[in-house]
Design a protein around this ligand. Structure first.
Ligand SMILES: *[C@@H]1O[C@H](CO)[C@@H](O)[C@H](O)[C@H]1NC(C)=O
Ligand SMILES: *[C@@H]1O[C@H](CO)[C@@H](O)[C@H](O)[C@H]1NC(C)=O
Ligand SMILES: *[C@@H]1O[C@H](CO)[C@@H](O)[C@H](O)[C@H]1NC(C)=O
Ligand SMILES: *[C@@H]1O[C@H](CO)[C@@H](O)[C@H](O)[C@H]1NC(C)=O
Ligand SMILES: *[C@@H]1O[C@H](CO)[C@@H](O)[C@H](O)[C@H]1NC(C)=O
Ligand SMILES: *[C@@H]1O[C@H](CO)[C@@H](O)[C@H](O)[C@H]1NC(C)=O
Ligand SMILES: *[C@@H]1O[C@H](CO)[C@@H](O)[C@H](O)[C@H]1NC(C)=O
Length: 360
């Protein structure tokens, strides 16, 4: 790791106790130690903690138990390129000094009961930040600052794998949602939509990757005729927890408008009841719109617009759709004249009227 490329500024706030004269060299991290507010002069860097102290850092549990340090915020979620600050404070004043250790490089010690870490521009994807304290008894303890560096995706796009043009109903296709340049990919939730309906949610399995990556999420679909003209799209959401930005960053893909070739389908029942005088209507639908010819007893016929008893019988629709020829047979039964149906309705109306009047 190139220390000089790490634009980190460490701001140590000193209390009344002034730091002891410096004998050890400045820490390797290019930190700036700002002077305490009453003094306009720049103080020499405070000492690095002795190496023996650093050796304790990997944390002996009984020491951690007595480590009364607190970092605010408790979890830091920072967007790449953004500034941040964190305040580490000691709950008790029985500490010989407080300091920060960033990616194994240590700052100097503060004699106050808190120490501030300030970064102007987060330009690293993965750092560890630890606040440490030297106890008056000669020991040390530390507390790690959980840190998430994030970047919303550059681009989210949806497409069909190995397919362009219209789809056929009943066949399986694979949607792919490509999310470009997102970090950390482990916090990404990808949702596939059909119109406003959620089809599925996917998450990356890569929880270790900290730098921006491009990941492709896939979902199988089997379109039906209802999917013709429907929009498919996906959405990428970075779920960074309660300490992260609210609402979480969300990016939508473009809309994929599907053309589904289907049919021909018979819209009417294959046993069709028609009343005398009514038209015999039976639609055949498809995409593309199929050609339809009706046959009765081997003769091409037009469906009757005023059915009579003699129109009852078997009708065959010979259709030509995108998959070729297909026949449908419809059994038509013609019921007695419309008068019957109307008188039935009249009875119902009369009943309702009497019912209403009895209410008034
Ligand atoms: C942060 O650093 C990056 C890379 O060095 C730079 O491109 C960007 O402009 C900086 N942002 C700010 C706010 O200084
Ligand atoms: C850091 O935290 C301590 C303890 O909560 C507080 O006294 C101090 O004012 C804080 N410093 C800053 C700069 O927020
Ligand atoms: C996003 O990606 C798609 C497909 O690769 C591309 O057509 C589109 O231009 C990209 N958009 C942006 C803003 O980069
Ligand atoms: C897409 O088609 C290519 C060439 O036919 C094939 O090599 C590849 O495996 C296909 N990809 C998927 C995901 O089916
Ligand atoms: C994650 O792993 C599970 C189980 O191995 C798998 O079913 C799922 O497709 C994976 N997710 C991605 C985005 O690769
Ligand atoms: C995570 O992604 C990185 C980079 O794309 C890759 O090297 C690593 O193998 C992935 N890990 C898992 C568990 O998929
Ligand atoms: C469809 O009906 C037509 C006309 O009745 C007939 O000539 C043809 O053989 C039928 N085709 C099939 C596949 O049943």
């Amino acid at each position: 790791m190139c220390a000089s490329a790490w634009p980190i500024t460490l701001l140590l706030l000193f209390g009344l106790a002034t730091s002891s004269p410096v004998s050890t060299p400045a820490p390797p991290l290019p930190v700036q130690i700002l002077p305490p507010s009453p003094s306009p002069t720049i103080l020499p860097s405070p000492p690095s903690p002795p190496l023996s102290v650093l050796a304790h850092f990997s944390g002996e549990s009984e020491k951690e138990a007595s480590c009364r340090l607190m970092i605010s915020p408790s979890t830091l979620v920072v967007r790449f390129g953004d500034p941040f600050t964190a305040n580490c404070s000691a709950q008790s004043i029985n500490y010989g000094g407080l300091g920060w250790e960033i990616s194994l490089e240590t700052s100097g010690l503060s004699q106050d009961n808190f120490v501030i870490l300030t970064v102007d521009n987060m330009t690293k994807w993965s750092i560890t930040a630890t606040c440490y304290a030297l106890t008056n008894e000669g020991g040390s303890c530390d507390i790690k600052l959980p840190l998430i560096v994030y970047k919303p995706p550059d681009n989210v796009s949806i497409s069909l794998i190995n397919h362009t043009g219209p789809m056929y109903e009943g066949r399986q296709y694979t949607l792919q949602c490509t999310v470009q340049g997102v970090a950390p990919v482990g916090n990404l939730i990808v949702t596939f939509y059909r119109g406003q309906t959620i089809l599925g949610q996917l998450q990356s399995n890569n929880t270790t990757e900290k730098e921006p990556v491009t990941e492709i999420f896939t979902l199988n679909i089997t379109p039906s005729k209802e999917d013709n003209g429907i929009q498919y799209w996906c959405e990428a959401k970075l779920e960074l927890g309660p300490e992260g930005p609210q609402p979480p960053p969300v990016l939508m893909s473009q809309k994929l408008i599907t053309v589904v070739l289907f049919g021909p389908h018979l819209v009417c029942p294959t046993k069709l009841l028609v009343r005398e005088g009514q038209s015999l209507s039976c639609e055949v639908r498809g995409n593309p719109q199929p050609e339809v010819l009706w046959f009765r007893d081997g003769q091409a016929v037009a469906l009757p617009t005023h059915s009579s008893r003699k129109d009852a019988g078997k009708y065959t629709a010979v259709t030509k759709g995108h998959l070729g020829l297909k026949n449908f047979t419809v059994d038509v039964e013609v019921l007695a004249g419309s008068g019957t149906a109307n008188s039935c309705n009249r009875h119902l109306l009369a009943f309702l009227l009497i019912y209403l009047i009895s209410w008034l």
